[in-house]
Design a binder for this molecule. Structure first.
Ligand code: 3UK
Length: 534
């Protein structure tokens, strides 16, 4: 029956059966996801509606969006890119990001948005690992991207700035046709990648299919947080994160709502200014920022009256922060856990079922189980490894069959998180199964910070662990053995901080440095980080 229905569906369409819970989602056999997210809105009469509102810039209507997506897709094709080629994007939150991402997909090219806070050596790895055909970047990131292009052993066919002087994506788009037929694809074909980091080793390209953004937008965006075309979404987390990509791009574009885009670094003052001037209805933040916003509110209370819904993800939201936020704003924050591999939130609190400190319950369309080391479900209340099943899981890690096999088992994904479930069915986070830290919602590998510290000539050994700050949120702390203990001084601490800030993405520097005489180790000499955690 379902197959017959699928056969009868027009190309590039989705059918939602909302009588079912979770809603049944069927895809046409020929399915390029750019059509329902972009072109559908013109057919549905939303051409004149604002799709993207740029803080401090010009709005973009759905009609302009559809035209520019076509122009971007044609620009890539005219540069010689072919089906399945990757295009790495180091692009700020802006209309160009959205044009390029969807233009690539519509043309059958695979966009790979990258974290714009990374450094040249990180980008050199991405360029080589993806064997990308193109690198397109905002001029703001030239100082890291351009050296990376020189360092990398792979040379992309196309290197272009997104905007600015000379030949850019923008000039290419101006000369490109405004119409583009969608490249034929199937719901399960490769569509876009996001890189995900691990505690040791290099980041891994998580390959997502055409169907995945429909699944997250429908099951979380519509069925869990109730977004509609009247919503205006603002995400403090940038579009290059899976979290931001859903919040401020796929969700509003799925429901025919609007997104607020802001290119700069989020801080309480600017986030409050954006909320006051753009008046979003849904706000998506991370715990560290909610904490900083609360401190700023003690000085000056912003007008948040447009916001009906606040969401937090990236790391657990401490109950105390939630309590203080509700006291101040009278709006709850819905904490939910998502991953790059599953694309968006799969366990979430809702207004009807909210427990402070919990990650909530499974989002419609997802199943969760907590298993022991043998893969067997644990007793209710016991901690174990959290596994998730659902239709938005990555297809595979790019050129990493071992990691793919270790992470995916019979349609279930190991998240790497330790969880337990209480008697009411709420899931609670009890830490990671590796040493990875979430700092301001962003992955931070202790090993990477340690390696940077050890590069310094005065450092003999280093161990980095997570320590809770005043908001109960984890930040990196370094324990350092100096080659010559006599060098210990505050000036050296400052020097080591600068060394880290200059060599690593800026959010990765240790917030505390302790000089110690030795580090706890196993008999085989491995640092026992757990003994250093407070
Ligand atoms: C941790 C949480 C407790 C957890 C993400 C929303 O964060 C996202 O994706 P990443 O791949 O990291 C995934 C890991 O982060 N985590 C995320 N949210 C929570 N831990 N409570 C939470 N609420 O360790 C998870 O494995 O960067 C978040 C939507 C999409 C995402 N990709």
């Amino acid at each position: 029956m379902a197959d017959n229905v699928a056969e009868k569906m027009a190309d590039n369409t989705v059918r939602i059966d909302s009588q079912k819970s979770p809603a049944g989602i069927s895809f046409s056999t020929v399915f390029n996801v750019a059509v329902p997210f972009i072109d559908r809105h013109i057919a549905e009469g939303r051409g004149a509606k604002v799709a993207l509102r740029v803080h401090g810039g010009a709005d973009c209507t759905y009609a302009q969006l559809a035209e520019n997506v076509n122009r971007a897709g044609n620009a890539l094709l005219s540069l010689g890119l072919a089906r399945g080629d990757r295009v790495l994007m180091m692009v700020k939150d802006s209309c160009e990001f959205v044009y390029l991402f969807w233009g690539a997909i519509k043309a059958g090219i695979v966009p790979v948005p990258l974290n714009t806070l990374l450094r040249a050596k990180d980008y050199a790895f991405n360029i080589e690992n993806s064997e990308t055909a193109a690198v397109i970047y905002s001029p703001e990131f030239a100082a890291e991207v351009e050296p990376a292009l020189k360092q990398a052993k792979h040379t992309p066919k196309v290197v272009l700035r997104a905007a600015g002087d000379g030949e850019t994506l923008e000039t290419r788009m101006r000369n490109a046709s405004a119409s583009l037929a969608p490249a034929p694809a199937k719901p399960d074909d490769d569509c876009f990648w996001l890189y995900s980091s691990g505690s040791t080793g290099n980041p891994k390209g998580a390959v997502h299919a055409h169907r995945d953004m429909v699944v997250t937008s429908q099951h979380y965006g519509v069925e869990t947080i109730g977004l509609t075309e009247n919503d205006v979404c603002f995400s403090a987390a940038k579009l290059f994160f899976a979290y931001g990509l859903g919040n401020a791009m796929t969700f509003p574009l799925w429901v025919g709502g609007s997104a607020v885009l802001f290119a700069g670094a989020p801080n309480p003052a600017i986030v409050h200014e954006v909320i006051e001037t753009q008046r979003p209805t849904a706000y998506f933040g991370v715990p560290t920022l909610y904490g900083a916003q609360l401190r700023a509110m003690a000085e000056k209370m912003p007008d948040l009256s447009s916001v009906r819904l606040c969401v937090s993800a990236g790391e657990a939201l401490p109950p105390e922060l939630l309590k203080r936020w509700i006291e101040r704003t009278d709006t709850p924050i819905l904490d939910g856990i998502g991953t790059t591999e599953i694309l968006h939130i799969f366990l979430s609190n809702t207004e009807a079922a909210l427990k402070p400190g919990a990650s909530g319950k499974p989002v419609p369309g997802y199943e969760a189980k907590i298993v022991d080391e043998a893969g067997k479900p644990v007793k209710q209340g016991d901690s174990g490894s959290l596994m998730i099943k659902g239709d938005s899981l990555l297809k595979y890690y790019w050129r990493n069959p071992e990691k793919t096999a270790a992470s995916l088992k019979d349609g279930w994904m190991y998240t790497g998180d330790t969880y337990y479930q209480d008697a009411d069915g709420f899931f609670f986070c009890a830490g990671r199964s590796d040493d990875m830290l979430k700092v301001g919602g962003i992955w931070c590998s202790p090993v990477e910070i340690e390696q940077k510290l050890i590069e310094h000539p005065k450092v003999l050994e280093a161990a980095v662990v997570g320590r809770k700050d005043e908001d109960e949120l984890i930040k990196p702390e370094a324990h350092i053995v100096l080659s010559d203990a006599g060098n210990a001084s505050d000036a050296l601490k400052q020097e080591l901080l600068e060394h880290c800030k200059n060599g690593l993405a800026r959010y990765k520097y240790p917030r505390w440095i302790n000089f110690v005489s030795e580090l706890p180790k196993t008999a085989t000499g491995k640092i026992q980080r757990f003994r250093l955690r407070q």
